[in-house]
Design a protein around this ligand. Structure first.
Ligand code: HEC
Ligand code: HEC
Length: 120
């Protein structure tokens, strides 16, 4: 009987540990993130990006970024070219011939979109 109780106790303990770690990993995904930039802020559609990856968080986390909007993106203007060549950060997909459009020629059409000024 004592053996059975131990087995049960361990089983419960491991189940609890497993569930706790699952919950800890399941951080709530943001819908949109805004990255500040002098030539126009970039609105990153996290929902659209995640959907296109079939909800596979692993495509980006933690390989490219931790799940933390305060962590460095490693994608400042001066890094665009280097990252596209190295296929890192946003450049892992956004590069010539990649899964998504490259930065060249798309600065203001796709990414750095300035708010339209309202006419008075
Ligand atoms: C296509 C890439 C991509 C995929 C796929 C992706 N994320 Fe993200 N996620 C990002 C980027 C980029 C950031 C911002 C990182 C930074 O600023 O350093 C981010 C940030 C986050 C943050 C931090 C939000 C905050 O306000 O601090 C959380 C939480 C997160 N993601 C959860 C998820 C979850 C859960 C999934 C899967 C359902 C997922 N992500 C899939 C790219 C992705
Ligand atoms: C896992 C691949 C992947 C990564 C990583 C990725 N993107 Fe994308 N992105 C895509 C795809 C695919 C599209 C849609 C196809 C296209 O327009 O070429 C897209 C589209 C976009 C768009 C147009 C609006 C939209 O969401 O449809 C913007 C802006 C954008 N990405 C910015 C970024 C930024 C900024 C980063 C880095 C923080 C990033 N992307 C990282 C794959 C990716």
């Amino acid at each position: 009987m004592a053996v059975m109780r131990n087995v049960l106790a361990y089983f419960l303990l491991f189940t609890m540990i497993a569930l706790t770690s699952m919950v800890a990993q399941d951080k709530k995904a943001p819908t949109k993130l805004v990255f500040a930039a002098k030539n126009g802020n970039v609105t990153y559609d996290h929902t659209a990006h995640t959907k296109r990856e079939k909800n596979e968080c692993k495509t980006c986390h933690p390989a490219q970024w931790p799940q933390d909007a305060k962590a460095p993106l490693n994608w400042k203007a001066a890094m665009h070219k280097t990252a596209e060549t190295a296929k890192t950060s946003c450049g892992s997909c956004h590069h010539a011939g990649g899964a998504a459009f490259e930065t060249k020629g798309n600065c203001t059409t796709k990414c750095h979109i300035k708010a339209v000024e309202k006419k008075g």
